[in-house]
Each structure stands twice: as C-alpha cells, then as structure tokens.
Design a protein around this ligand. Structure first.
Ligand SMILES: NC(=O)c1ccc[n+]([C@@H]2O[C@H](COP(=O)([O-])OP(=O)(O)OC[C@H]3O[C@@H](n4cnc5c(N)ncnc54)[C@H](O)[C@@H]3O)[C@@H](O)[C@H]2O)c1
Length: 393
C-alpha cells in the first residue's frame, strides 16, 4: 500500500478535547483525544481515518474505519456484533476495512476500503433511533464512507439508515437498492472455488468432490445450492441450529457435522469457511484433510505466516477477499444504477481473477494471499497515482 500519509488521525466525534505536536513528525499537529483511544496509532495499521460514533440515548457505539480512498470512497458494510470489548471491535473494523480496500482493488472497482462496526447484540439493541443516529454519523463523512450490510445488518436496516444519510447501498429492492448481496457473494465464492479446483485437480468443477461448509447463514446456504448443482457432496455445520434446519429443509441431501472441529477433521476435498474470521488457525490447518480452502468469511487467515503453512502442506488457498467480492461488486454496482445482470457477469469473473492470482502465486513462488496482496497494492498505487493529474472542475 503506497499511499501512507500523515495524519492518520482518529477523528473522535463528540469527545475531542485538546491538541499537541505530533510526537514523531516535527512541526505537524495531531488531534489527541481524552480519554485516549487505546492503540489506534500504535498499531501502525496504515489507516487514513478512524471515526468513533457515540450517541448515548440510543445506545449507539460505532467505529468507522477508512483504510484507503486511493481508488474512491471507502465502501463496505456495517457489522452489528456483540464484541467482548471495544478493543476487539477496533481490531475487527481495522482488519475488515483493510480487506475491503484490497478486495475492491483486486476486483477492479473504483472504490476504496471502508468498514463499520456497531457494538451490541443486533437482536436486542437494534432500533430505529440507533440506526438513524448511525446514519447521521455516516452522513457527516460527506461521502468518504459509503455503507452497506454485513453480519447482523440487513437491507431493511439500510433503508432506515438512509432516512438520515445519502451514502447507503444494500437497500431493499422497493427502496431502489440491490437487496441481499449474499446471492452474488455465494456465486463469486463458487466461481473462485472452481478456479481453485482447477489448480488442485486440473478440472474447474466440484463434481464428485466432498465440500465442507462451516456457517450456513446468508452466503453459506446459497453456496450449498451451487455446490449441489455442480454435483458435489456437501457437509455443513453451524452454531445456530435454526440455520442448520433451514439448509437441511431446503437441501435434504446435505450431511451435518456436529461442529466446526468435527467438520475440518472429516474427510474433505474442499473446506469453505463461511462464518466469521480467523477460521484458519494452526490447529485447523494441522488436521485439515481438504486440498482446497475457499470460503466467504473475511480475514480467514488466523495469523501472519499461516498462509505459508497452508502452501507447505500443499493446500490451495483461494484468498478470502478475492473470492468473496461478489457482494461488494453488487453494492458498488448500485452506485451506477443497479443492473443485476451486469453485477452477475462481474461476479462470475471472480473465476478469472482467482485463476490469475493462483497463476501469479505459482510464477512468483509465493502463497496466493501474497500474490493477491501484490496485485491489489499495484492497482491502488498505479490508479491512485492518477489523482495527481489535475483536472479542471
Ligand atoms: N453477505 C455478504 O454478501 C458477504 C460478503 C462478503 C463476505 N461475507 C462474509 O461471509 C461470512 C458469512 O456472511 P453471511 O452474510 O452469510 O453471515 P450470516 O450471519 O448470515 O451467516 C454466518 C453464519 O455463521 C454461523 N456461525 C457463526 N460462528 C460459527 C462457528 N464458529 N461455526 C459455525 N458456524 C458459525 C452463524 O450462526 C450464521 O448462521 C462473514 O464472515 C461475512 O463477513 C459476507
């Protein structure tokens, strides 16, 4: 990522109090907050802007992170999740927004990387007032951040946010939005999986393969449908019994594993993590029998270096942000007046993108995640640089 610049200022709305000289840049002034926000600068995460949004009466506690706007406004969903701590929420939004920047760049989109988290239990804490309060904070960024759905938020929620805000995608069809993005996310993951299958076995098909899907929520369930259509045997697991019931009612032929541990240790050709991040831990990679890993979840690699362990074990890892960009492609398409056919064609091209990434990885002798990062960084730098060509308004 080339476009690092001072200040990468966490803009703490509502509670900024004093300024002082920036410690490591003589003559520059940084906004320092009181109470101090733990660890935003010290993480050296490369983010452009981190915004804390607090509205006590509605219970809103949100963090919006913009990693890069080199290619355009930061576009990414709002995750509503009962984080164990504010630090967990911050770590998640920083990771997710960085992934969005790389995802958009690799998908060839003209948007940057942004993401938001709302701290709370969506089943208990979500309300009209909270969502509208959140919408006003998004509006205050004047289009630098454009929001969408993520875990815990739905198109109906985006309709509510949009009552206070112009920068909202993922709205319902009746409100002019593109609706549920999980349809094209699942299509893209399936296309990426075909490319990974081709790299592993020489045929771009899952026919006759045994695929384990961990997490059969919005994306996982659609993915199961594509896999069965292609002739794969599918085994699923989910911590929510209702999600398992829904998928087995729709597809009675799928098998069910007792849990994610049982699933990864079972006899699989492909493992598809479709729940939350960090699915590829040392323990999982050690027991994994699958030769291909390809799923929808963001930030699957549990820690730096695990991508090399996967490669050393001969496992083809299709990078998460490469294969799960179908939803982003869909919401980005909304910005141009939504066409499902255009977005579907673009999501289908994830097959080609994944092929290119895997080919580059082989040619450069690096794990696929490293090859994908390089491709995304090159595009952010090369296309982002064009902004230096001044245009008359
Ligand atoms: N929806 C999209 O368009 C989209 C786009 C890109 C990436 N993603 C990512 O894909 C993943 C799934 O998204 P979704 O929209 O289907 O979310 P979802 O909330 O609808 O589904 C996630 C499912 O995972 C289950 N789950 C949670 N923890 C689990 C665990 N430890 N083991 C097994 N199951 C578990 C949940 O019960 C739920 O059914 C998320 O990581 C999301 O960030 C989604």
């Amino acid at each position: 990522m080339q476009r690092r610049r001072w200040p990468a200022t966490p803009h703490v709305q509502g509670i900024w109090r004093r300024t002082q000289s920036a410690p490591d840049v003589p003559g520059k002034v940084a906004i320092v907050t009181d109470p101090v926000v733990a660890g935003v600068f010290s993480r050296h995460s490369g983010h452009e802007q981190v915004v804390y949004c607090y509205d006590e009466p509605s219970g809103l506690k949100a963090i919006i992170a913009l990693y890069s706007t080199a290619l355009g406004p930061g576009l990414g969903g709002t995750r509503f999740y009962p984080y164990g701590s504010e630090d967990d929420a911050l770590a998640d939004v920083l990771n997710l927004s960085k992934s969005m920047a790389y995802k958009a760049a690799l998908a060839g989109l003209d948007v940057g990387g942004g993401k938001a988290v709302i701290i709370g239990d969506p089943k208990r804490d979500k309300s009209e007032v909270l969502l509208r309060a959140y919408g006003r904070f998004v509006q205050s960024l004047a289009g630098r951040y454009i929001t969408a759905c993520d875990v815990g938020t739905y198109p109906q929620d985006m309709d509510v946010v949009a009552r206070e805000c112009d920068f909202v995608t993922g709205r319902t069809l009746s409100q002019g939005g593109a609706g549920d993005s999980s349809v094209l996310t699942a299509l893209g993951v399936y296309q990426g999986m075909r490319a990974a299958a081709e790299a592993a076995w020489g045929t771009a098909s899952l026919h006759g393969r045994r695929v384990g899907v961990a997490g059969v929520g919005k994306v996982g369930r659609h993915l199961v449908g594509h896999l069965l259509d292609d002739g794969a045997a599918v085994i699923v697991t989910d911590v929510d019994p209702a999600a398992v019931t829904a998928v087995t009612l729709q597809y009675p032929e799928v098998e069910v594993a007792a849990g994610a541990d049982e699933l990864v240790a079972s006899d699989l050709d492909v493992y598809a993590p479709c729940a939350l991040g960090g699915a590829l831990s040392d323990e999982v990679v050690e027991v994994l029998t699958a030769q291909v890993v390809c799923g929808a979840a963001n930030n699957q690699l549990g820690h730096d270096g695990i991508e090399k362990t996967l490669a050393d074990r001969g496992i083809v890892y299709a990078p998460d942000y490469c294969v799960n960009s179908g939803g982003l492609i869909q919401v980005a398409d909304e910005l141009a007046g939504f066409s499902f056919d255009r977005a579907k064609a673009r999501a289908s091209a994830i097959y080609d993108t994944t092929r290119n990434v895997l080919a580059a990885a082989a040619a450069e002798g690096v794990p696929p995640s490293v090859a994908a990062d390089r491709m995304a960084e090159r595009r952010m730098a090369a296309v982002g640089r064009l902004r230096s060509v001044w245009l008359p308004r």
